[in-house]
Design a protein around this ligand. Structure first.
Ligand SMILES: Cc1cc2nc3c(=O)[nH]c(=O)nc-3n(C[C@H](O)[C@H](O)[C@H](O)COP(=O)(O)OP(=O)(O)OC[C@H]3O[C@@H](n4cnc5c(N)ncnc54)[C@H](O)[C@@H]3O)c2cc1C
Length: 390
């Protein structure tokens, strides 16, 4: 069994935080724990940014600097280096969201290519990442998922999306850098899964360069995985999966209710947890065919993964298994895993303040709605503050 106290070590968890950064984190999580404040704060911030009111400075010095690496990749480099010194890798995530213009999608794809080429010579950055909706209009993904006919303009936009995928995946393949593709709302995800599978079939022949994401709050994902695994075996390509629980639960349930279809979300938190752990077990049983990136802040699932590895005689640094947490969250998991020699990475979002706001709002809402997560952060920060006083 893994020692179930590893994550209690706050000295390791917060080793990179100065006293004042520790205070700022405490203040921030305290604010985020107040649900009405998050709701009002999110609305006021959106409004102020739309009106170009001078609120960027305030956002930067609070939520932005806590959850993001900077406004561009250069800002992130000192963080990347500091993390690597203590055994933690980085996944730089250009988190610009909600764009509609083709030129913006091209710019995002070019940014991912630039970072992937840079990562080739930077051991601290073993993965690149992007979101399907960062490469093309959400409505196009949705229409394809819903099997609706595309207009002429949309057909052109779809061709552009496929070309962006092809360019980015080819660069990643040639550089030997694995590419994590995020998962989004279920009503656009089939199109994203299908395109990702095409890329896997073409570029994952020798090694899994392309990783898709399985949102384990969806009850259909284990079956999806098993079917794809069969197909990959028969066609001779490898799979890579990031597994997460999923970030759009409220939206998913609301939409299903409004439109009168069965929600794609598991019936309870326990059902999601079981599904997550079962999918993790399935992949670990098939590591020769499928590589695994475990994206979670859940301590039990992480301890369970460590137990499985130990029981199966898999070394902590086996290159087929990675753990990942978001920058600014669950440092107690990340840094303690790193100090024990596990492969672990932080997702570090970056981008202009206004453009990363949807990401930041999701994080604030997640920390408000995920029972226990904020209070856990506060308890750990308090413990470390007390330890330093001594
Ligand atoms: C490295 C990394 C990459 C990520 N990439 C993605 C991505 O590509 N796509 C994406 O959607 N998210 C992504 N996420 C976000 C992730 O989905 C959330 O951080 C995650 O849901 C929080 O869950 P947890 O595993 O930390 O565990 P916990 O905090 O234990 O679980 C909370 C989650 O459980 C689920 N849940 C809660 N209540 C219920 C209920 N009543 N019924 C059913 N399910 C419930 C929800 O998914 C909720 O978010 C990523 C996270 C990380 C760390």
């Amino acid at each position: 069994m893994a020692p179930n106290s590893l994550f209690d070590n706050t000295e390791t968890a917060f080793q990179l935080k100065s006293d004042s950064e520790l205070e700022r984190a405490y203040f921030l999580f305290k604010m985020i724990s107040i649900e009405p404040l998050v709701k009002i704060g999110s609305a006021v911030t959106k409004f102020a940014l739309n009106l170009n009111l001078p609120v960027e400075g305030l956002i930067r010095s609070t939520v932005f600097d806590h959850f993001c690496g900077g406004v561009n990749e250069r800002d992130c480099m000192s963080t990347v280096d500091k993390l690597y010194e203590v055994g933690v890798s980085s996944v730089l995530d250009f988190s610009v969201e909600g764009k509609e213009e083709e030129a913006q999608f091209d710019a995002t794809a070019n940014k991912v290519i630039e970072l992937t080429e840079f990562a080739k010579n930077k051991k601290a950055m073993p993965f690149s990442v992007f979101k399907p909706s960062g490469f093309g209009r959400f409505s196009v993904w949705q229409k394809i998922t819903e099997k609706k006919e595309l207009s002429e303009e949309e057909t052109g936009q779809w061709t552009n999306i496929k070309n962006r995928y092809e360019r980015v995946v080819k660069v990643a393949h040639d550089a030997g850098i694995s590419l994590l593709i995020d998962a989004e709302e279920s009503w656009m995800q089939d199109a994203a899964d299908n395109l990702c599978e095409e890329m896997m079939e073409k570029y994952n022949k020798e090694a899994p360069i392309v990783f898709n994401t399985l949102q384990c709050y969806r009850w259909d994902r284990l079956e999806y995985l098993k079917n794809l695994h069969e197909r990959a075996k028969s066609k001779g390509f490898k799979l890579g999966f990031k597994i997460v629980r999923g970030a759009y639960m409220e939206k998913e349930n609301e939409r299903a209710l409004e439109n009168g279809y069965k929600t794609p979300i598991c019936e309870s938190k326990k059902a999601t947890d079981d599904n997550f752990n079962e999918i993790m077990r399935y992949i670990m049983d098939n590591l020769d065919d499928i590589e695994l990136f475990i994206g979670t802040h859940n301590e039990s699932s992480t301890y369970l993964a460590m137990d499985y590895m130990k029981e199966d005689g898999i070394s902590k640094s086996d290159s087929r298994i990675w753990f990942g947490q978001l920058y600014g969250m669950s440092d107690h998991i990340t840094f303690n895993l790193g100090s024990e020699g596990y492969n672990v990475a932080k997702y570090i979002p970056f981008g202009p303040v206004k453009d990363v706001m949807p990401y930041l709002i999701r994080r604030a809402e997640e920390n408000t709605s995920v029972a226990g997560q904020t209070s856990r952060e506060l308890t750990l920060l308090n413990k470390e503050k007390a330890r330093r006083k001594l």
